[in-house]
Design a binder for this molecule. Structure first.
Ligand code: AMP
Length: 618
């Protein structure tokens, strides 16, 4: 028998005053900041109504960020940094020759600017600072914290660099959120889809393509696989149109300027084709002696077939890596998914219409804003999705050297769970709370996190004390365990950081060990439980015979003692089935005795005689 009595589920989120949480999409080309209000999530625009902030920073005796910095990118190339995100958390060894150009010749990776070397973290921190300032100016309120999105494939160093950038900007990072997950959240998939449904997030931006496969598991969207092509995006679609124009007009030996002008025209044509099924390329300016070129969607579709095919091959790979063949939802992200050719191809490939009602440039920031809103505490507590999970189960040592899991692995943070325990021995006044982490059944196979004592429990018979043990894990993974004896209100508590010092590899190793040993563990647990139950029956019977032995005839008593002896022998056998069956036999054999004892205690209660007096009479 376990010591568990009940498991009240409490989620510990009290109604609070509305606080400001910001969602930030820190992009390679553009960044956005969004927040959730009573009207829903929305991107915060600047005074002129611009919603995107170009991820560009100019350092030249002062810091300029965004659209103004983008203008300086032409006149002051040397001091203007673009695409800093590509360098986050990277060292010189990770970069290509081309990427190293323009970097300061120091050991640390930094951009050479008029204000000295600037690291990617510093550059990103300026962008984050500008985004937060925009929100504060617009909403006239200080934010409580921010959720920043990062690509799902970002490794620990890249994530760490992103956090540092935010800290440098003085922001309180509630969480880093994977971009595809944020997009799925914006569509409410975290709340509406069924467990184990698979979501594909197809993200085609200006210069990159990312495909992510997520699965809903225990209220959490988990990234199963990511893939893509870091050199495939909207720009390539512009290029195929340029090549086609060059062909149609028979152009040769283009200057760089001409090339650029054609690219600008091609991009405009491409974007207009998202609205109309046929557009005409006006031969203007230096090209005015050529014929106008009509372009239909069909023409464009055949021109871009190869590019789209490349995205689908990446999808094949990602689905394969994820080990799934079917997806329940497809979410579109990135400006290039506005192209009908892309949408059609995606629908055909996945066999379902993709979700595209939310602006694909904003969907990630909006999802981040929804998460930020919950994390600052504006939720009503019912939200399923808070994205960090407990990597390994947390629990307590119970009688018999077993672990009782209080918070199962993959539970979503923050959360609180309470469970009631009781004392195992008569007159027990203290209790050791031993906090453990792991999936195995036996204490010695789990990781010991902490141990503390709850003393001052009033002496009572075994099983009478009520001790409520509460596990509370906050959004940062900090665990607080408290134990409270309900009758006297005696309390003890302590805080531990369960994930501290455990690398992903260690977590994986512990999980593997638990899977390999699951069957063996289960047997060990069953044996211990059977033993605990047998011992408690023997212990109870001995006490009852002492107290009420007179209710039995000599023969009856001898029979019971024989059965009890058989159980003591069975206990030596270490055979779960034998122990269980002999325990059952003894339980059956002592039923009559138990009934007589019950009768006696009822009679004594009715006659108003105190138990102590009855005992004295005996
Ligand atoms: P992003 O990096 O997500 O902002 O994506 C920018 C890319 O989306 C550029 O290549 C744009 O040309 C492309 N884009 C934006 N709007 C449209 C549109 N309406 N139709 C086709 N492509 C678009």
């Amino acid at each position: 028998m376990l010591l568990q009595i009940s498991e009240p589920n409490s989620t510990d989120i009290a109604p609070r005053e509305r606080k400001l949480g910001l969602g930030i999409d820190l992009g390679t080309t553009n960044s956005l900041v969004a927040t959730k209000s009573e009207q829903g999530a929305d991107v915060i625009a600047d005074a002129s109504g611009a919603r995107l902030v170009p991820s560009v920073v100019n350092f030249n005796g002062g810091v300029t960020v965004g659209a103004a910095a983008l203008e300086l990118a032409v006149s002051d190339v040397r001091n203007t940094v673009l695409s800093a995100k590509r360098f986050m958390g990277r060292s010189r060894d990770d970069l290509s020759e081309a990427q190293l150009l323009g970097l300061a010749a120091s050991d640390a990776l930094a951009f050479d600017t008029g204000d000295g070397p600037k690291t990617p973290v510093e550059v990103s921190s300026e962008i984050l600072r500008a985004l937060a300032a925009r929100a504060r100016d617009s909403l006239e309120e200080q934010e409580e914290g921010v959720v920043i999105t990062v690509p799902a494939y970002f490794d620990d160093r890249q994530r760490q660099a992103t956090r540092q950038a935010a800290e440098l900007a003085g922001l309180n990072v509630l969480r880093l959120l994977n971009e595809p997950t944020a997009a799925a959240v914006a569509y409410g998939l975290d709340e509406t889809i069924a467990e184990s449904s698979v979501v594909a997030v197809y993200d085609l931006g200006g210069g990159t393509f990312d495909i992510s496969i997520l699965r809903m598991e225990r209220g959490l969207l988990r990234v199963l696989a990511t893939g893509g092509d870091s050199a495939l995006g909207g720009d390539d679609f512009d290029e195929v149109i340029v090549s086609w124009m060059v062909d149609q007009w028979g152009l040769v030996d283009l200057t760089r300027d001409q090339q650029r002008r054609l690219t600008v025209m091609a991009r405009a044509i491409k974007e207009r084709l998202s609205e109309s099924s046929e557009v005409s390329i006006k031969a203007s300016g230096e090209f005015s002696h050529f014929e106008d070129l009509p372009v239909t969607r069909e023409t464009f579709a055949s021109l871009s077939e190869g590019l789209i095919h490349r995205t689908m091959r990446a999808c094949d790979q990602a689905l394969d890596d994820a080990g799934v063949t079917e997806v329940a939802h497809v979410v579109l992200v990135g400006g290039s998914t506005r192209m009908p050719v892309v949408r059609d191809a995606v629908a055909k490939y996945f066999g379902r219409e993709p979700l595209c009602s939310i602006n694909p440039d904003e969907v990630v920031a909006l999802g981040a804003a929804l998460q930020a809103d919950i994390l600052v505490g504006n939720g009503d507590g019912d939200e399923a999705l808070l994205l960090d999970v407990i990597p390994l189960s947390l629990g307590l040592e119970t009688y018999g050297g077993l672990i009782e899991k209080i918070i199962p692995r993959n539970s979503v943070l923050p959360l609180a769970k309470a469970q009631e325990f009781t004392t195992a021995k008569d007159g027990q006044t203290g209790l050791v709370v031993h906090v453990l982490q792991g999936e195995r059944e036996r204490v010695e196979d789990c990781r010991s996190l902490a141990r503390f004592e709850l003393n001052g429990i009033p002496p009572m018979v075994a099983g009478a004390a009520r001790i409520l043990v509460t596990f509370k894990v906050d959004a940062d993974g900090l665990l607080e365990v408290s134990a409270r004896e309900e009758i006297t209100g005696t309390e003890a508590a302590l805080v531990v950081k369960p994930s501290f010092g455990l690398s992903d590899d260690e977590v994986a190793a512990m999980l593997r060990a638990s899977q390999t040993n699951a069957a063996e563990d289960m047997q060990a647990r069953q044996l211990r439980e059977a033993k605990v139950e047998a011992e408690s029956l023997l212990h109870g019977l001995a006490g009852a015979l002492d107290a009420d032995g007179d209710l039995l005839s000599d023969e009856e008593r001898a029979d019971l003692e024989k059965e009890a002896g058989a159980l003591v022998t069975a206990l030596q056998s270490d055979n779960t089935d034998t122990i269980r069956s002999v325990t059952d036999q003894l339980g059956q054999a002592s039923l009559t005795f138990a009934e007589r004892r019950m009768d006696r205690s009822i009679k004594s209660a009715l006659s108003g005689v105190a138990v102590s007096e009855l005992e004295a009479e005996d």
